[in-house]
Design a protein around this ligand. Structure first.
Ligand code: GTP
Ligand code: MG
Length: 222
């Protein structure tokens, strides 16, 4: 079996992970790559799965817990997706409340499944509202501490932080928010994106493919 490129996109609940995965799958498909998607929810009602299937994508789901505690199911889902045809790329969305993805999923995959998966840098998607609240610069509707802590942990374990929904921001607001993120997480690159309009998605895929000039830790998308 050929090595499959695994692109995990975590991040805040509602930040736009499924929207991004659907867009990315379409773009990679247009490039002639065979793509599968793995979705994840705590409960059995996988809205994301239905949405992605509705777009004609090959989807498998891991339900009843996040990828970190259902690691075997993630592997099974990937096997099932490859049953019909080997997949060049698997896109996977851990549930929005998941933290510790790096040590429980990314690291073991790199260490023990390197012949099966080439794991892309771990991207964590954040929306402006959630980000301002986590960074403590929003006076309105502070997040419950528990949620805020989860989001902060997600940002801490990211290889790349994506500021999504920039279509809702002015140019100045984007610059300001990116600067705040870089101040709080100085070692982590930050990309801006609108998964809804598609703006920034090709740059992200190029970044993952190692085309970025300032960060040299990435391998091929395919
Ligand atoms: N304005 C704007 N809305 C977006 C963008 N990306 C996603 N959305 C919207 O945000 C909402 C949540 O998007 P999803 O893609 O379901 O987010 P998610 O992170 O997968 O959500 P969960 O799986 O529930 O955690 C939807 O209404 C999307 O249309 C964006 O770039 N801009
Ligand atoms: Mg989703």
């Amino acid at each position: 079996m050929a090595t499959t490129r695994l692109i995990l996109v975590g991040g805040f609940s509602g930040a736009g992970k499924t929207t991004l995965l659907a867009q990315a799958a379409a773009r990679l498909g247009q490039r002639g790559l065979s793509v599968g998607v793995v979705t994840n929810k705590q409960d059995e009602d996988l809205v994301d799965t239905k949405l992605l299937q509705g777009q004609g994508l090959a989807v498998r789901e891991v339900s009843g817990g996040c990828f970190c505690c259902r690691f075997g199911c993630l592997l099974t889902a990937s096997d099932l997706l490859s049953e019909d045809s080997d997949k060049d790329v698997l896109l996977a969305e851990p549930v929005g409340s998941c933290t510790d993805i790096y040590s429980t999923v990314v690291q073991p995959l790199k260490e023990f499944y390197a012949s099966r998966f080439s794991v892309a840098p771990y991207s964590v998607l954040a929306d402006p509202t959630g980000l301002r609240q986590v960074l403590g610069v929003s006076g309105r509707n502070p997040l419950p501490k528990k949620v805020s802590d989860i989001y902060r942990n997600q940002l801490e374990e990211a290889d790349l932080i994506i500021l999504n929904k920039v279509d809702l921001l002015s140019g100045d607001q984007i610059v300001e928010l990116k600067a705040l993120v870089s101040e709080a997480f100085p070692d982590t690159p930050v990309l801006e994106m609108s998964a809804l309009t598609g703006n920034g998605i090709d740059s992200w895929l190029a970044w993952l493919a190692g085309d970025q000039t300032d960060v040299g830790r990435i391998a091929d998308v395919g």
